[in-house]
Design a protein around this ligand. Structure first.
Ligand code: PLP
Length: 448
């Protein structure tokens, strides 16, 4: 594996000539509905860097949306995948069992923060894990409906798209949606949906939970509440601890399954193996995907055994679910993360990111809010700090100007006015600071 240094842009503009030709071919052959942030093509990766086909080296503050927590082409994961590929690729676990599936399930059951006996089911994508979590919750509770939040992202399949909040681009023209989905406002303190002020509100949002059952949904119909411990696509928003405690109380009172969608937050991203490790209460089911396979598709639902055992045999699963190569990669990822203390790596990255963002917030009035936990940080851009009018155009320009200088950074938020930071956790301090130097200079250019 080639060691990369950078970021450095060696072509007169991005995309360079090879990437430009490939991009034209790509656009001709693939649907417009697939968004493309960076119009270049990766040739190889190394840690937090990747080189494109023209020899430009980019610093990656996106990590495939928190998939590459152990970095691009982590050599130990590469070896685990090669070793497994030498033995066998596939059996379909329903036809012939293999140890890797069982071992990975047992490892997750040991570490997912749910009390008591647990079981794990493997799937392929985040959306598929969420779909299955709903099937399991419905079967167990013998109820049908689901409560989700404004700003939520749970996937793009019909059922998970119905759970997802943002209309454009995720839902426009794709309806009708799955029935029985109820949406409640998310406790978004910077823009409190109830017009409250964090300092004086006494967690007013928590009182809305019981109220919701009066006006919008009967708890006798509700099988599950789905919550992201940190809203990802929604703009990296953390619910207050008091809210989570009340949510747990309400779920217990009405026999509702509390599902934590940890697809973006798990695998040490927030400074703990799971974001729920920070919670004062615990969920009943957790869905996991993205970084667990370090780029090999695999997802999971882990939950209390009595809930997980509710579906009839044959009712859950799938051809590729828990594929042996993906399971071998995931076992190696867990081993590396525990051995090398990735939780503290994430906290260290987060401290540097928070310090740099706070300094930028002092310098640039367009940065209205800086927030996050561990290495899941964001800055929300506004046209005016008093009106908080979202500044999506500024964020779009920053994103574009960053990649022209070799830094990949992504936007987020229902209004597209949030810059989110999800760098690989193996990033070095020098790389981090170099990335923020680029970002700082770009914000100065865009805002002056
Ligand atoms: N849930 C959350 C919180 C996510 O961030 C995502 C993807 O970004 C999903 C679900 C969907 O995962 P996938 O794209 O693997 O289906």
């Amino acid at each position: 594996m080639k060691k990369l240094t950078g970021p450095k842009i060696v072509t007169p503009s991005v995309p360079g000539p090879k990437a430009q030709a490939l991009f034209e071919k790509h656009v001709k052959n693939t649907p417009t509905g697939m968004s493309r942030v960076l119009p270049t093509f990766v040739a190889q990766g190394d840690g937090a860097l990747f080189e494109d086909v023209d020899g430009n080296v980019f610093l990656d503050f996106a990590a495939g949306i928190s998939v590459l927590n152990v970095g691009y082409s982590n050599p130990e994961v590469v070896q685990a995948v090669k070793d497994q590929a030498d033995k066998f690729f596939h059996t379909m676990v329903n036809c012939v069992l293999y140890e890797q599936y069982t071992e990975l399930a047992s490892r997750l059951n040991d570490i997912v923060p749910i009390p008591g006996e647990k079981k794990t089911l493997f799937l392929n994508s985040g959306a598929e894990a969420n779909e299955n979590a709903i099937k399991i919750a419905r079967k167990y509770t013998k109820k049908t409906d689901v409560i989700v939040f404004a700003g939520a992202f749970h996937g793009r399949t019909l059922l998970t798209m119905s759970l997802t909040s943002k209309i454009k681009p995720y839902k426009l023209g794709f309806g009708p949606f799955a029935p029985g989905v109820h949406r409640i406002d998310f406790p978004y303190c910077y823009r409190c949906p109830w017009g409250q002020c964090k300092e004086t509100c006494k967690t007013f949002c928590a009182t809305r939970l019981e109220e919701f059952f009066v006006e919008y949904a009967a708890p006798e119909d509700v099988a599950a509440v789905f919550i992201e411990p940190v809203q990802g696509e929604g703009g990296f928003i953390l619910p207050p601890n008091e809210y989570l405690t009340e949510l747990r109380r309400v779920c217990d009172k009405y026999g509702i399954i509390l599902i934590a969608d940890e697809i973006q937050t798990a695998m040490c991203r927030t400074g703990k193996m799971f974001a729920c490790d920070h919670w004062p209460v615990k969920p009943d089911l957790v869905t996991i995907a993205k970084s667990i396979g370090a780029g090999i598709p695999i997802s999971a639902v882990t939950g209390k055994s009595e809930i997980m055992d509710a579906p009839q045999t044959g009712g859950i699963g799938g051809t590729f679910s828990g594929n042996p190569i993906a399971a071998a990669a995931a076992l190696k990822v867990l081993e590396i993360m525990e051995r090398d203390n990735y939780e503290s790596k994430a906290r260290h990255v987060g401290e540097i990111v928070m310090a740099r963002l706070t300094k930028m917030q002092e310098k640039y009035s367009v940065i209205g809010d800086v927030r996050g936990i561990g290495a899941m940080m964001a800055a929300e851009f506004v046209k005016d700090r008093n009106t908080k009018e979202p500044a999506k155009e500024i964020v779009d320009e920053i994103v574009k100007n960053c990649w022209k200088k070799g830094l990949l950074v992504l936007s987020a938020g229902a209004r597209g006015n949030v810059l989110r930071f999800l760098m690989p956790l193996v990033i070095t301090d020098d790389q981090l600071n170099e990335g923020f130097d680029i970002l700082d200079s770009v914000i100065a250019e865009v805002c002056n």
